[in-house]
Design a protein around this ligand. Structure first.
Ligand code: ATP
Length: 473
């Protein structure tokens, strides 16, 4: 794997996502809806875990950020003030022959990339979705689906200051849907027309903005790395002066090495006082901040880390994906005391090495057989653990096959309940990544899994535990 060589094909990711229920095309039975996607039973967990990890790092574990959840439909004047009505456009051309529409800045020649036909002159195309509020479909009723979550934060700035008494510097965070009528979509969930954003608007005193920008850039990079993204797969792209958005004093994008190449994962912008100044002007409301220490009124500057939930999900999926040759030993041995079926030794092992915080299931409970007394014991363990985590219960086919299924969806630990368990009250835990196995008392299970999920070395044993299988040693 080299820096310029993505480690996985997009097709493999798309196919795994479909096969195992992470992501489906929207309205699939009707042929799908272009570039809209549905998250399946595993995808919804993964996506929720990504959002939770972000919320935890940005809001819960900090004193200086509060959360918000604003409505998708906003007053139409918001989009005049923000500049979206006049500036939120992409240049586009149409093919005169096949009628396909292309983004001018994505074209490599002046012919249609699909049929080679002649193209129209470039025109600006607004990316906001329009709809109507109320029973009459006229100009007065036009509202827009928000193209970003940020504006909901700006227009609530004063509400938050008044109700929380937060002092600068402080931030307001929001996770929510955004809609863009993108001209060119594609690359799976990388660019869709309906997506989710995780945005932080961090309000600072002018003059401290550049330092704050650097701080947040570092924090954002750190977040991806802590959740398992290899640093080598991330890089920064500074926007040149000529490409800065109308509101931005500085923008740096964080790029990830996606299967189709390097592309934007998130942006960080120094928006200066543009947004609050504009909304104060358009609404006629005072949106400045009063600094009690210096007794000054001023408009704060805003540092904005803005990330896509779906793009993060895609990056985490690509990063986690691994294929191991059969020689690496597929599935591990059946549990020590077990009589379960043998794993298939001649198949490649596909494994999603998710960080435990992101894995849809943290643990899978595998009873060795469907014998009544074993099922009862396994169900008890299952009932106990699922109060704390998303836990899977799987009793179909051989244990080797079940390990394989859990590897493929990224479950960090499998707990096997076997006949010996009924006598010694112990179970076998198998580690997804090393495929090592330990056997420990059921009474220690919750504590042990908590420690392992938090990163404890798998072979560290609780009282009464033993190592059953250690690869390469
Ligand atoms: P791009 O240049 O890729 O169109 P952008 O620079 O317009 O993205 P921003 O307006 O900065 O994107 O939005 C912040 C983040 O929201 C992006 O970094 C991305 O993660 C996410 N995002 C934006 N547009 C889409 C989309 N159409 N589909 C999925 N995620 C998106």
């Amino acid at each position: 794997m080299t820096e310029e060589n993505p480690k996985v094909d997009m097709e493999k990711i798309v196919s795994l996502c479909r096969r195992r229920g992470f992501i489906f095309p929207s309205s699939e039975i009707y042929g799908g809806l272009n570039s809209c996607w549905d998250y399946g039973p595993l995808g919804v967990e993964l996506k929720r875990n990504v959002k939770d990890a972000w919320w935890r790092a940005i809001v819960r574990e900090r004193d200086d950020v509060v959360g918000l959840d604003t409505s998708i439909l906003m007053h139409p004047r918001v989009w005049e003030a923000s500049g979206h009505l006049s500036n939120f456009t992409d240049p586009m051309v149409d093919c005169k022959v096949c009628r396909l529409r292309w983004r001018t800045d994505h074209l490599e020649s002046d012919k249609c990339p699909s049929c080679g036909g002649e193209l129209t002159e470039s025109r600006q195309f607004n990316l906001m979705f329009k709809t109507f509020m109320g029973p009459v479909e006229n100009e007065a009723g036009i509202v827009y689906l928000r193209p970003e979550t940020a504006q909901g934060i700006f227009v609530n700035f004063q509400n938050v200051v008044n109700t929380t008494r937060k002092k600068l510097p402080f931030g307001i965070a929001q996770i929510g849907k955004a809609f863009r009528n993108e001209i060119t979509t594609g690359n799976f969930i990388f660019r869709s027309r309906e997506f989710e954003q995780m945005e932080l608007e961090f309000f600072v005193k002018p003059g401290t903005d550049e330092k704050s920008f650097d701080y947040w850039l570092e924090q954002c990079l750190d977040w991806y790395v802590k959740l398992g993204i290899n640093k080598e797969h991330l890089r920064l792209r500074e926007h040149g002066k000529d490409e800065l958005s109308h509101y931005s004093r500085r923008t740096v994008d964080i790029h990830y090495l996606f299967p189709m190449g390097w592309d934007e994962l998130q942006g960080i912008a120094n928006r200066g006082d543009f947004d609050l100044t504009q909304h104060a002007k358009f609404s006629g409301k005072e949106l400045s901040y009063f600094d009690e220490e210096t007794k000054e009124h001023f408009i704060p500057y805003i540092i904005e880390p803005s990330a896509g939930v779906d793009r993060s999900v895609l990056a985490f999926l690509c990063e986690a994906y691994a294929e191991e040759p059969p020689a690496a030993g597929v599935g591990g041995k059946p549990p020590a005391a077990g009589v379960g079926g043998k794993p298939d030794k001649d198949e490649t092992r596909v494994v999603l090495r998710f960080h435990p915080a992101l894995a849809p299931f943290k643990v899978a409970i595998l009873p060795l057989s469907r014998r009544e007394n074993l099922v009862k014991a396994a169900r008890e363990v299952y009932a106990d653990l699922r109060r704390q985590w998303m836990v899977s219960y799987d009793d179909a086919q051989s244990v080797g096959r079940r390990y394989r299924r859990q590897d493929e969806i990224g479950t960090p630990f499998c707990v096997t309940v076997d006949f010996q368990s009924l006598e010694d009250n112990q179970v076998t835990i198998r580690d997804r990544d090393s495929m090592n196995q330990i056997r420990i008392p059921i009474a220690e299970l919750q504590k042990t899994l908590t420690a392992k999920l938090a990163g404890e070395d798998f072979l560290v044993l609780p009282p009464g535990g033993t190592v059953v299988e250690k690869k390469g040693g």
